[in-house]
Design a binder for this molecule. Structure first.
Ligand SMILES: [Zn+2]
Length: 180
């Protein structure tokens, strides 16, 4: 039985209406798995969880999309997902990787975007796709004061997935999420 993958990104990730208790419990467990690079975001907020199903034999199956291919965190995330499911009682969960369609920063949930901004990281612009990587001087709004008078200080921020900027209005430095 092939996994039914989500291929369009909803604003809120979670169980479909009418999902059974096992699927709901699995989503709850997945919400506790935080991204090692951006600890304010769970793998659910990031839109990395593309399918949660109970197979015919009762085994839980989860499909995870890798985010930035350059990030060393992807392997760790698969392990953390398996561990969280295990702790929630899904001892034989099958965790697979779904690479198509590829993850983009557009898949980050509205809640995730709000949490990024709250923690001082500029959320990626919607629809930026891969464009922003080849146009690093694209305007990034300051998460502290909202000013667009910002400058790129370094293509590498506190982690490889973020870039460091500085606001010319409030003079605060901030990280932005690099778009892929
Ligand atoms: Zn500012």
């Amino acid at each position: 039985m092939p996994l039914h993958l989500v291929t369009d990104h909803p604003a809120v990730w979670g169980p479909e209406p009418g999902a059974g208790p096992a699927v709901r419990a699995a989503w709850d467990a997945l919400r506790t798995v935080m991204d090692p690079e951006i600890p304010v975001l769970s793998v659910v907020d990031l839109g990395m969880i593309r399918a949660v199903e109970v197979a015919d034999g009762g085994r839980l199956r989860v499909a995870v999309s890798p985010t930035y291919s350059g990030c060393p965190a992807t392997g760790i995330i698969t392990l953390e997902v398996t561990r969280a499911l295990n702790m929630a009682g899904f001892h034989d969960a099958e965790v697979t990787t779904a690479v198509f369609p590829p993850w983009t920063t557009d898949w980050i949930s509205e809640e995730g975007r709000a949490r990024l901004a709250e923690s001082g990281i500029a959320p990626p612009p919607r629809g930026a796709g891969k464009r922003a990587l080849v146009a690093p001087d694209e305007t990034v709004a300051c998460p502290h004061c909202g000013s667009t008078e910002t400058e790129l200080v370094s293509a590498f921020g506190s982690t490889a997935c973020k870039a460091l900027h500085r606001c010319r209005s409030c003079l605060e430095p901030f990280d932005s999420f690099k778009c892929i």
